[in-house]
Design a protein around this ligand. Structure first.
Ligand code: SAH
Length: 346
């Protein structure tokens, strides 16, 4: 069986033609799916016959929430999901997604891969390596299941959970097209943000394919020397090349890039580092998001002191680099950046 969440409207149209149904049935089914329904009999405007066909060819791959944790501090919700396999049974594969409330609306942070192979020293998601990339439907399913759980409207989706989205580009793009489709979930491109550690060849592709979506780049260092000590990807791509590519991105899309910078005590948080970062980013349409490092077990990395964060920000401010300090959400339930992990057999 196939996960119907992987099917965009054109795929459903082909299916309808194949099984001798009218094409417009595709739109009806697509709409129901985007409403998060979990069984075929809830599709009240399609025939029993079609419902039977669908049931024998597809399953509705909404991941099952098996652990829901709510932060006592800020209401952030972290959901541990169990994925379904192709027999519509619960698999042994687990991923995490996070629901956050901001003043400007509700955001869901979804995972793009089961595990991650990027090896960033400060991130829990990469500890057990990569198991596999998620399908577009498995990404879409996280959004729909969280919608079902919270019953609240979602204004923004960030692909910043487990995994490196550009390492799973084909499925990522299918997911963006699914969630953006006006006949279904209809989330605006401007409300979608992809965060990448900077796999250079995909940046231009992303600019070309989704010029209105948002790009965040995990930079975390002002130069290669520091970056290499915490992010293995820095051995492959030079920071100056990465920044050049981001500049091209902004010229092509007229959209600013967000640079994420986790402040790690004694590693990348000195005044000198802030000055070097300011130089590196000068003249680029960008925004720097400073993230006080979140605790992850078994690393000897610590968050910067508050005063260093403040001083670091001040240098950027003085150099007219737009910068904010990211609010720490959900850290009491290990739902903050870098604290999510894929698990097997929970
Ligand atoms: N692989 C993608 C998306 C997942 S990580 C990427 O690298 O961007 C989402 C963000 O959280 C990234 O900016 C990542 O560098 C950051 N992050 C990871 N571990 C962190 C930690 N322990 N503290 C703070 N931020 C962290």
């Amino acid at each position: 069986m196939e996960n119907i969440l992987n099917y965009n409207i054109q795929d459903l149209e082909k299916y309808m033609t194949k099984v001798g149904e009218k094409k417009f049935r595709a739109s009806q089914v697509f709409k129901w799916i985007s409403n998060g329904i979990d069984s075929w009999d809830k599709m009240t405007n399609i025939s029993k016959e079609l419902s039977k066909k669908l049931e024998s060819d597809f399953y509705i791959g909404l991941p099952a929430p098996i652990l829901i944790q709510k932060s006592a501090i800020d209401g952030t919700i972290k959901v541990l999901f169990q994925l379904l396999n192709n027999e519509n049974r619960l698999s042994e594969e687990n991923i995490e997604s996070v629901y956050m409330k901001y003043s400007y609306g509700n955001t869901i942070c979804i995972s793009s891969e089961l595990g991650c192979k990027m090896g960033c020293k400060f991130c829990a998601s990469t500890k057990n390596g990569l198991i596999r990339g998620l399908s577009s439907g498995e990404m879409y399913g996280q959004v729909l299941s969280i919608n079902n759980l919270t019953g609240e409207k979602i204004n923004h989706i960030v692909v910043m959970g487990i995994g490196e989205p550009f390492d799973n580009y084909e499925e990522l793009s299918k997911f963006i097209r699914l969630i953006n489709n006006p006949k279904g979930y209809n989330l605006g491109m401007r409300n979608i943000t992809i965060s990448s550690c900077g796999i250079i060849p995909y940046i231009d592709r992303f600019a070309h394919d989704f010029p209105q979506a948002n790009l965040a780049i995990s930079l975390h260092a002002p130069n290669d020397e520091i970056r290499k000590t915490i992010m293995p990807i820095a051995n492959k791509y030079m920071i100056t090349d990465l920044i050049d590519e981001c500049k091209k991105y902004t010229l092509k899309t007229h959209r600013r890039v967000t640079f994420e910078y986790a402040l790690i005590r004694g590693i990348n948080d000195s005044i000198e580092d802030a000055r070097e970062l300011s130089k590196l980013l000068s003249g680029i349409l960008c925004h720097v998001n400073l993230i006080p490092l979140n605790d992850v077990d078994n690393t000897n990395l610590n968050a910067s002191k508050e005063v260093s964060i403040y001083n670091f920000k001040k240098v950027l401010d003085n150099n007219s680099i737009p910068v904010t300090i990211r609010r720490k959400l959900g850290s009491d339930i290990d739902a903050a950046c870098g604290q999510l992990r894929a698990r097997k057999g929970v």
